[in-house]
Design a protein around this ligand. Structure first.
Ligand SMILES: Nc1ncnc2c1ncn2[C@@H]1O[C@H](COP(=O)(O)OP(=O)(O)O)[C@@H](O)[C@H]1O
Ligand SMILES: [Mg+2]
Length: 397
């Protein structure tokens, strides 16, 4: 993850920190100036180089900024964030190289998930080095900004996974969670290392999200009308975030769109530029997750992941997903700092392709199913003629 000031007069300074390595090289102990009005700026701007040297301004570390976002002063033991009784009712539901995802019954009602991400340690986990505080800070910030769009005024959406809590914990992995990891490994097979490798000093970020349901790949739709409303919800959500945050998801494959079943007569409301758009859910509600590759702009600071440093992303072949990475790169000239909302349209095109070729439907013989397959086909033919999702949504919905 990289942070950079977008405004033109920061351009040269921005160069200093367009790679994570140069940021860490220059602020070797990750000491950054405190600017309480704008945590992002304090982490990102290389102009701080001079400030740090010249002024005796208070300084703050990325660690402190993360702890502040967590509402903590120090990392806490796991049990202080999640009691034994909560862990007792947990299940492992997913995994990634970053760590493990568990589902649990929230004592405040409903079900939630926790993403447990080991950070800062020297151990290589799942073949990767662990994220540092400054890298995880960007991820936490993106997830929070998108989640908070549900409370925004003129540009409002509940289509991004709701962040309920962020904790920084320290210690060896809870026994119960190790047991659940082993159970998952035996029943479904895990590609990850067992979390029993972590010692007492290990730090983690636990991101608690509302349970968004199952992903597009696993979900079984009644018919293509439900897929159509899923598509509308994804499109409106992207349009709102494009407008408010200059957001690009950049990795919106079918594992990162979640669906839950809701009342079939319910609707969801989006607000774009102060205007409301109601969409009938037809029984499915969308939650977009996983902002590891995403880009946002927040108070003049760009947070992005420099994918040009990850050439492997562009060599994979097979699914259309892997073509989309290449198409995004072609469109932005491998400059991942730049806002290029066409990338969001590419992922919508991918979603339409999946709806037509790979999503699963219960009732395929009905008139409504055939009718909406036709509409999805037409959308797929036309969507790449737009410049961004906002423009598309304004014309289509
Ligand atoms: N809010 C959520 N609700 C339900 N399941 C989730 C949620 N967040 C993540 N998951 C599950 O965990 C998996 C991995 O999470 P994700 O954030 O996509 O991480 P990764 O970067 O490894 O893809 C998802 O594919 C999904 O199955
Ligand atoms: Mg994912």
């Amino acid at each position: 993850m990289h942070l950079c000031a977008e405004s033109p007069h920061f351009d040269t300074k921005c160069m200093c920190i367009t790679t994570y390595e140069s940021l860490s090289g220059y602020v070797s102990d990750r000491i950054l100036e405190d600017n309480l009005e704008n945590d992002l700026r304090s982490l990102s701007l290389s102009k701080r180089k001079t400030s740090i040297v010249q002024n005796s301004t208070p300084v703050v570390t990325a660690r402190e900024l993360v702890l502040k976002k967590c509402g903590q002063e120090e990392p806490l033991p796991f049990e202080e964030c999640y009691s034994k009784s909560v862990l007792q009712n947990c299940q492992k539901i997913g995994e990634g190289v970053y760590g493990e995802v568990f589902l649990f019954k929230n004592p405040n009602g409903g079900t939630s998930v926790m993403k447990v991400i080991p950070i800062e340690g020297d151990l290589i986990v799942n073949g990767e080095r662990q994220k540092k505080f400054d890298e995880i800070l960007s991820e936490i910030t993106i997830a929070l900004e998108l989640s908070n769009l549900r409370n925004n005024n003129d540009n409002k959406t509940s289509g991004f996974s709701e962040v309920q809590k962020v904790c920084c914990v320290q210690g060896s992995y809870p026994e119960k969670l190790i047991y659940l990891w082993e159970l998952y490994d035996e029943t479904r097979g895990s590609e990850n290392d067992s979390p029993d490798i972590f010692g007492e000093d290990q730090l983690y970020i636990v991101l608690q999200l509302a349970n968004g349901g199952s992903d597009l790949e696993a979900f079984i739709f009644n018919n293509s009308l439900q897929a159509y409303t899923m598509f509308q919800q994804v499109a409106c959500t992207l349009a709102v975030a494009e407008e408010e945050l200059h957001f690009e998801h950049r990795d919106l494959h079918w594992g990162n769109v979640l669906l839950s079943t809701v009342d079939k007569n319910s609707k969801v409301t989006f607000r774009l530029d102060g205007k409301n758009y109601d969409i009938m859910t037809k029984g499915v509600e969308v939650a977009i997750i996983d902002f590891t590759l995403s880009r946002i702009e927040c108070e003049g600071v760009v947070i992005f992941n420099d994918l040009s440093l990850d050439p492997d992303l562009f060599t994979a072949e097979g699914d259309y997903q892997f073509e989309v990475y290449k198409l995004m790169q072609k469109k932005n000239g491998n400059n991942w700092q730049r806002f290029e909302p066409y990338s969001n349209l590419l992922w919508l095109h991918y979603t339409l392709d999946k709806a037509l070729t790979a999503l699963r439907y219960k009732n395929t013989q009905t008139k409504v199913h055939k009718e909406y397959l036709g509409k999805l086909r037409q959308l797929k033919d036309e969507i790449l003629n737009y410049n961004n999702v906002k423009e598309f949504v304004l014309e289509y919905f």
